[in-house]
Design a binder for this molecule. Structure first.
Ligand code: B12
Length: 226
């Protein structure tokens, strides 16, 4: 008897589940999409991300409130967790060490986690310090790990100044020389990055990888594998 093939997951349904804060639904459909052979990046870019964008819009317009956003964020993180091994696959010998974290006063970590995953996928050694990271902690880790790149994330206009505080402390401690400082997060701009003396800014996780490679290449042509 001929078997009827089950339909492939519609990635729009993942977005809808995410907007509805349905953690299990997002997990189930993400798993199914992977089983269907849909590439992890496509699931991320056409399923999870548009859902989170919509959540952001609704939150801004006061159509939903913090408890709903928390559920959607949890659903996003649950989906990302399933994609993680695929996004990080194909690791080669680490070409550089990156210390990454969300700056002090800021608890947003979805974007930072994505950037971190993409960096790992590109073969970098990533030390993720998490959220609400003080300038002192960043400085300590940069020194201890002999990191090549510092990647700072901020989602709040009120926490953005802590990026500058971190960079200023690194300069004071003589840790800024040779270190590439990258910044990112929804409210950031290239102009702000320039203003605080960062070396690089990127609008999303894929561009963050390109930027990191470009900056490394310009500093030490032989240190990066491409
Ligand atoms: C989810 C969310 C939350 C969740 C966070 C859960 C979590 N685990 O992260 C919760 C509910 C906890 C939350 C809390 C709050 N939030 Co909130 N939140 C959001 C929301 C809806 C989505 C953010 C997100 O995850 N986007 C998806 C990711 C993938 O995108 P991303 O973070 O921008 O990251 C990408 C790029 O920016 C870039 N990137 C990110 N980091 C880096 C780093 C580097 C180095 C590089 C190169 C690139 C890079 O690459 C990423 C991937 O492509 C935004 C709305 C929005 N439009 O951003 C509001 C938003 C950021 N929140 C906001 C506010 C006000 C708050 C609260 C103050 C609310 C309150 N009254 O309590 C608190 C603050 C808590 C705190 N101290 O941090 C405001 C900020 C406004 C402002 N001008 O500062 C926003 C913009 C909503 C709004 N329009 O009002 N929030």
């Amino acid at each position: 008897m001929q078997r009827v093939k089950e339909a492939m997951v519609d990635l729009g349904h993942i977005s809808q589940r995410l907007i509805g804060g349905d953690i299990q639904g997002v997990e189930r459909l993400t798993r199914k999409a992977l089983d269907d052979g849909i590439p992890a990046r496509e699931i991320l870019n056409r399923g999870l991300m548009p859902g989170m964008d919509e959540v952001g819009k609704k939150f801004k317009e006061n159509l939903i409130y913090i408890p709903e956003v928390v559920l959607s964020a949890k659903a996003m993180l649950a989906g990302m967790e399933l994609l993680r091994p695929h996004l990080e696959a194909g690791r080669v010998k680490p070409s550089a060490t990156i210390v990454i974290g969300t700056v002090q006063g800021d608890l947003h970590d979805i974007g930072k986690n994505l950037v971190s995953m993409m960096f790992k996928g590109a073969g970098f050694e990533v030390v993720d310090l998490g959220i609400d990271v003080s300038p002192q902690r960043f400085a300590q880790e940069i020194a201890d790990r002999k990191a090549h790149i510092l990647a700072l994330s901020a989602l709040l206009t009120t926490s953005m100044p802590n990026m500058k505080k971190t960079l200023d402390l690194l300069s004071e401690m003589d840790l800024r020389q040779g270190l590439i400082a990258m910044v990112g997060g929804a409210p950031l701009t290239q102009a702000y990055a320039d203003e605080i003396g960062a070396d690089g800014y990127a609008h999303n996780a894929s561009l963050a990888v390109d930027k990191a490679k470009e900056l490394l290449k310009s500093r030490t042509p032989q240190s990066i594998g491409g």
